[in-house]
Design a binder for this molecule. Structure first.
Ligand code: NAD
Length: 477
């Protein structure tokens, strides 16, 4: 099948109340592989934001009253439509985000599968809590109202769809806001979905990091679904508190990967490297601190360095590329800061330099013999600069892995499953994988512990968070 790509559009409008909305001012969107502006997005102000919330409020009663089976059929239609345009979305993600085409091609399919999963598997059927004699207690669920959905720039479509699909299916209407540096794919998603959804059910506004507070404090918003940094998540929580909005916060992480001493270090490096360096290290759940037994440290580090040296860094559109650029200038500058820190406090055994020329490219960098007190180890680096840390006994590794304010994910790699499970049970995070990494299941809630989040997405807990539970207790007269 050949796909017709319309990649010539340069201004991407927002969509409000089913209509494309253009504005006087536009956000310039830079291709991080070239450092050049290649398209613009319409830029909302508070009046436009108010229009979007009002449209979503008007659409809410009818959408909430639509039977779940009908909303389910609509989810399948959305999945079909997204499937038909997924190549276009993938190309746009490469250009605005910087991922390789192979990575970008993974974003829409996750959402397509979620649309179908929800339609075919999820219900909000009443739950009988007690039924004896003439006493009956039943818990019901109803949608919340208008949900404000805010996504970051690292995985723009997949992370938006993880919020959008459950919110819509549950009967909420939506005002979505992508990150200022990656608005285009979400504008295109709005265009595609608004050909199917009733007007006002799914609205998209764009900003340049300037409307977050107005959106999350807006009295017309019932729920905020936010993915982004912990610092911004804290602001969202404060802002949403004024009207006691429901909140789901998916925040930053500094995940540990613990390699146990019963695995082959070369094989372990080959498993850890790709999940640390995917999307140039810009994944919340990427392995960000690698703990390796002292006895196999040299061999593990050498293989990581070999893999880093073999990485082809370049424009994601080039099929030879295995790692794209950092997404934006600010993140690139942060990465350069971590390289300085690595040079000063550790030993760089691969990479260590930005790539000369245009674009925000940094070579994958492996850093060894760096203390836990270094910024690169303490902070969420969110770039392809990776510290590998040596440990003596497993208690030491677990304690150091846990000594962070974050608690998003983690991994344990070991042949003896009971032992690996025992280590996994000691990590203070929302998810721990053993001998695999970043494997997702729609039935399983993703959530952050500690400073990595509040509430969760997907699974029963995540789906329920898009609804208000209410209980009816009855007995006979
Ligand atoms: P960010 O917090 O800077 O921005 C995220 C979004 O919030 C953007 O859309 C931004 O415009 C918006 N925003 C900015 N100020 C706001 C405010 N005051 N109120 C409301 N919204 C506001 O994050 P980022 O730099 O775009 O993304 C990287 C971060 O996201 C990393 O910390 C990463 O770990 C985290 N992340 C977490 C998950 C997860 O599932 N836990 C997934 C992906 C990324």
């Amino acid at each position: 099948m050949t796909t017709q790509l319309n990649m010539t559009q340069t201004l991407y409008p927002m969509v409000i109340d089913g209509e494309k909305v253009r504005t006087d001012r536009e956000i310039e969107v830079i291709n991080p592989a070239t450092g050049e502006v290649f398209a613009t997005a319409a830029w909302a102000d508070e009046a436009v934001l108010n229009d979007a919330v009002a449209a979503a409020q008007r659409a809410f009663p009818a959408w909430a009253a639509t039977p779940l089976s009908e909303r389910g059929s609509m989810m399948h239609k959305l999945a079909d439509a997204l499937e038909a345009r997924s190549e276009e979305i993938a190309h746009l993600i490469v250009m605005e985000q910087g991922q390789t085409l192979a990575e970008a091609r993974g974003e829409a399919p996750g959402g397509i599968a979620l649309l179908r999963y929800m339609a075919d598997n999820v219900t909000y059927a009443p739950v009988v809590l007690r039924s004896d004699g003439d006493k009956r207690i039943v818990e019901h669920r109803r949608p919340l109202g208008v949900a404000a959905l805010i996504a970051p720039w690292n995985v723009p479509i997949n992370l938006m769809l993880d919020k959008l699909v459950p919110a819509l299916f549950a009967g909420n209407t939506v005002v979505a806001k992508p990150a200022g540096t990656t608005p285009l794919s979400t504008c295109l998603l709005a265009e595609i979905f608004n050909e199917i959804l009733p007007p006002g059910v799914f609205n998209v506004i764009c900003d340049d990091n300037d409307l977050g507070d107005a959106l999350t404090s807006h009295p017309g918003i019932a729920k905020v679904g936010f993915t982004g940094s912990t610092a911004t998540g804290m602001k969202v929580m404060a802002s949403a508190s004024k009207t006691l909005k429901r909140l789901t916060l998916e925040l930053g992480g500094n995940d540990a990967a613990i390699v146990l001493d019963d695995v082959n270090p070369v094989e372990a490096a080959r498993r850890v490297f790709p999940v640390a360096m995917a999307n140039a290290g810009q994944i919340c759940l990427a392995a960000k601190r690698i703990f390796v037994p002292a006895g196999m440290y040299d061999e593990f580090c050498d293989e990581m360095a070999r893999l880093a040296d073999a990485t082809v860094v370049g424009d994601g559109m080039d099929p030879a590329t295995t790692m794209g650029p950092l997404q934006n200038a600010a993140q690139y500058k942060k990465a350069l800061g971590y390289l300085d820190d690595a040079r000063a406090s550790g030993t760089i055994i691969a990479g260590g330099e930005p790539v000369a020329g245009p674009g925000y490219f940094v070579r994958p960098t492996i850093v060894r013999d760096i203390p836990d007190t270094a910024r690169l180890v303490r902070e969420e680096q969110f770039c392809p600069v990776l510290p590998v840390l040596s440990y003596g006994d497993i208690d030491d590794a677990v304690e150091r892995a846990n000594s962070t304010e974050y608690g998003l994910g983690g991994t344990v790699w070991g042949r003896d499953l009971d032992r690996a499970f025992g280590v996994a049970m000691r990590l203070e995070t929302g998810t721990v994988w053993v001998n695999e990494h970043m494997v997702f299941d729609f039935g399983v809630t993703a959530r952050g512990a500690k400073f990595s989040g509040v509430g969760g997405e997907l699974g029963k807990e995540g789906f329920d968070a898009d609804t208000q539970a209410y209980v009816v207790e009855q007995t006979s007269w």
